[in-house]
Design a protein around this ligand. Sequence first.
Ligand SMILES: C[S@@+](CC[C@H](N)C(=O)[O-])C[C@H]1O[C@@H](n2cnc3c(N)ncnc32)[C@H](O)[C@@H]1O
Length: 288
Amino acid sequence: MRAGSIATCYSLESAEQEGATLSQSFRNSLRPLVPQPLLVARGRILHRAEEIREQFPLFKLQYFSPHNVSFGKRKELARRMRLAHEGIECAHTHAEMDRLIRAILAIPVSTEGCIIEAGCFKGGSTAKLSLAAKIAGRKLIVFDSFSGIPSNQEEHGTDIFGRRAGFREGNYVGRLEEVRDNVSRFGEVDCCEFVEGWFEDTMPAFQRPVALAFIDVDLASSTRTCLQYLYPLLVPGGSIFSHDGHLPLCIQAIDDDEFWTKTVGYSKPQMPDLGKKKLLQITKPIGV
Ligand SMILES: C[S@@+](CC[C@H](N)C(=O)[O-])C[C@H]1O[C@@H](n2cnc3c(N)ncnc32)[C@H](O)[C@@H]1O
């Protein structure tokens, strides 16, 4: 089923590419006939429209919800998220972060647990999550090597959207001082605790209840380590969000029943969006 959907992506992609090439060459042939100022204006309008589309989640966050946070706080949150996005190199979209922030703010006050981030890169996601953690009155624990992706032999090939994917040792490096500095400038560094090292070395000693975790780690091996050590700590009804739900090797790892029962020690939870979404929510059922 999943392999089928990837194959469909390939054929759709090539048909789309063919169509795109044709319409592109038609457009190119018309270009000399269109006055230059009109082309420039069109480019500016398209660029602005794209900016508005990208930033729409922040607008929604500010003006519409969540209702348990005052308008003033939401306005400030959206403003600081925009600044963080502009000031730090980020590997996520506003829409993805908006979903995570809403999930953090929706955790009932009576629910115990900290927020976890595994995989922070330069600290863009950390800064934004720390703003939500501050409002929610929770700690944000940040796990990372702070030296990038570990050495690995994983061949990711093509993701569910038909794009090439590959992660080499040292990709996405953000040094601890750089991350701490970015979070101090754009987020709430006092809410954060940084845990430096490979997940397999640092996570086993971590034993605090977790209300929500964001794992953005690119590798199937790192995804497995995070699930192995974080899922058992997750409070019932809590969620782990994986940002790697578009990568076939990560999907395979998350979908592996034996891994869940033998390594994690729980049966595999329901994941209706597995293989369909990049930001995949994995919720621990209540009563397990
Ligand atoms: C894609 S980046 C995170 C992007 C960031 N969340 C953002 O949205 O800007 C992946 C991160 O995972 C970390 N990472 C991956 N596997 C790891 C492992 N086994 N141990 C420690 N860090 C790891 C890398 O150091 C890197 O910072």
